[in-house]
Design a protein around this ligand. Structure first.
Ligand code: ATP
Ligand code: MG
Ligand code: MG
Ligand code: MG
Length: 564
């Protein structure tokens, strides 16, 4: 490409809402234009980089056995009503009606559409596994679009979905995609960390986010300097100050199946809220019925304790009748429950006139009932549990946890059967029995990854692209446009670079050397080749490495092999 023909203009001033470096630099380098709040034109330089990120994603996913499709942006409300998310998704879902009054939305994510696509083809276990992705425009009516492409309303996402016959196979797929994500972000050249995460609007029980570490990141990451433990602060755990030795089980509280119990996955799928809201929802509403979480202590402590259970255990919910039949109205001891066999966390009695219970269990659908706190367990109730913050002990190894800011560029979710059950996406297993397919889903923000790379790689002069995702790898700059020798030498190198498969461009504008250098630094081409009259006389060219500022001189013949 010739800069003289490029649709391109750099800017000196930045709009005042551009508060972080990546937004400012993308604007100044002429990469993006805002059309409306959170909605952008991607100009040629931005699209070049985006295409490279997409290419890396495609390469790695195809190597990992995934197949590409393209699903519609416009999605019928019926599918969202089937999954239950038409009601639960909230205002981020942009809804509208067509001329015949049919309801639609713009896809913020594609679980419904893909589950529908798959159920129409899926008959037998022999067809599985399937792992399907797309790279496509999403729309989310973000409450506060900001930071340029980082949090847009319309944005490009890679979203992938896996379909397996059972939970074990699905988990294997999950960890294979986790590995694929590590490879993708490694190839793009960003410094990242995979962290345990909550599942939010998407649902499921197991999830990791891929976070690019940067001071401007909106997320707080808690990680251990000694072991591999790392989590989004929303999810971070710490160890509980309860000694195993204090805990003794004397009687034999029966393991009983309690009706109304569900896994976290089921309950949060049903409530579709972030756990903090989820906890509030638990206090007030489950399946339309009021349910009270019976815990002693003030609300905040209760929330923290409940979260502990949510993080580590299945939970059980029951209505008044169930509680009464389990506990008897008067005595009403429920629990205790533990994060594991050793640490009881919750134990309480029903409160007069109120109903409901929550308890944890070590196995799905098994809860210890008719257990009496003082009689069966001698440990103290742990009231001082709190979310892990820096300085707290690591839940895995006890070392002091650290805090970082991060930008969430990708997230993987083990969904289980949330969508396949509600939308009836089933297959016949080897015994001819109908089973719901077990799903996972996997997202990467393509534009956000580009922005995050800039956030992490820039200096006072401009962007410092990781080579793999730089819009162009090399810029050739003839420095005196009134010299035919200089121009010819520049054109020759430019041609040779292109022939050598290098993604090069030439700054053939009638501009001064200083102007070209400033632009080259601002846009951040990894290698800049300056061709000036003086160095030509010496038979050399000047090459600047953007990242280090290092300058090398070499003969024109050596350039192509050096660059490649
Ligand atoms: P966030 O917590 O930042 O709102 P999210 O958890 O809602 O993101 P996911 O549903 O996990 O997002 O979507 C997958 C990926 O899509 C995210 O990891 C992120 O990289 C990207 N993404 C999500 N929302 C936006 C947005 N508004 N603008 C740009 N990229 C986004
Ligand atoms: Mg979001
Ligand atoms: Mg998030
Ligand atoms: Mg996410």
């Amino acid at each position: 490409m010739r800069i003289s023909r490029m649709f391109y203009r750099t800017m000196k001033e930045v709009p005042k809402e551009a508060s972080i470096p990546s937004h400012q630099l993308m604007f100044r380098a002429g990469m993006i234009q805002q059309v409306s709040s959170g909605i952008y034109n991607y100009l040629p330089l931005a699209l070049k980089s985006i295409r490279k990120i997409e290419r890396i994603i495609r390469d790695v996913l195809v190597e990992s056995g995934c197949e590409e499709v393209l699903l519609p942006v416009v999605q019928p409300a019926e599918l969202w009503k089937e999954s239950g998310r038409w009601e639960y998704y909230g205002d981020e879902l942009l809804r509208f009606t067509d001329r015949k009054d049919n309801e639609f939305c713009l896809g913020p994510t594609h679980e419904e559409v893909i589950t529908d696509m798959v159920r129409r083809n899926l008959k037998s276990y022999k067809q599985l596994p399937w792992n399907i992705f797309q790279i496509q425009t999403k729309f989310r009516d973000e409450i506060r679009p900001r930071f340029g492409l980082m949090r847009g309303r319309e944005f490009i996402m890679k979203d992938g979905y896996s379909f397996d016959t059972d939970s074990e196979a699905s988990r294997e797929t999950y960890y294979r995609m986790y590995k694929a994500y590590e490879e993708i972000f490694r190839r793009t050249g960003v410094d990242f960390k995979a962290v345990e995460a909550l599942t939010g609007n998407i649902g499921g029980s197991l999830s990791h986010e891929f976070q690019v570490l940067a001071d401007s990141g909106e997320d707080l990451i808690i990680s251990c300097p000694r072991c591999a433990y790392a989590a989004n602060a929303e999810k971070a755990r710490t160890v509980f100050p309860v000694d195993e030795a204090e805990v003794t089980t004397t009687e034999s509280p029966a393991d009983v199946h309690t009706p109304g119990a569900g896994s976290i996955e089921e309950v949060s799928a049903f409530l579709d809220r972030s756990p903090r809201d989820f906890i509030k929802s638990l206090l007030y509403r489950v399946d339309g019925k009021p349910v009270l979480v019976l815990l002693r202590g003030d609300r905040e402590v209760n929330e923290a304790k409940l979260l502990a259970v949510l993080q580590g255990n299945t939970i059980g919910l029951a209505d008044e009748e169930t509680v009464q039949s389990l506990c008897g109205t008067e005595t009403g001891y429920v629990g205790p429950v533990g994060l594991n066999d050793k640490v009881p966390v919750l134990a309480d009695r029903s409160v007069e006139g109120r109903s409901g219970m929550v308890c944890g269990a070590n196995r799905k659908d098994y809860h210890k009932i008719n257990v009496c706190w003082e009689r069966d367990y001698k440990a103290e109730i742990v009231d001082d549990f709190s979310f892990a913050r820096s300085g707290d002990p690591c839940p895995e190894c006890g070392a002091k946890l650290e805090e970082f800011r991060g930008i969430e560029v990708g997230q993987v979710f083990h969904l289980g059967t949330k969508y396949s059950e509600s939308m009836n996406c089933t297959f016949l297993d080897s015994e001819g029995k109908e089973q719901p397919v077990v799903m996972g889903c996997y997202g990467i923000g393509v534009g956000r990854t580009m922005a995050a790379a800039i956030e992490q790689n820039h200096d006072e002069s401009g962007i410092v692209w990781p080579v793999a995702i730089a819009p162009y790898e090399v810029v050739v700059m003839p420095l005196q446009m009134n010299s035919s020798e200089v121009i010819e030498a520049g054109e020759k190198i430019y041609r040779e670079l292109l022939e050598g498969g290098i993604d090069a461009l030439i700054d053939d504008r009638e501009e001064r050397a200083g102007f070209k250098f400033n632009d080259a630094d601002l846009v951040g081409y990894p290698l800049q080749i300056g061709i000036g009259r003086k160095s030509l006389e010496k038979g050399v060219l000047e090459i600047k490495i953007r990242k280090t500022g290092e300058k090398l001189e070499m003969s024109p013949d050596a350039v192509v092999s050096f660059v490649s």
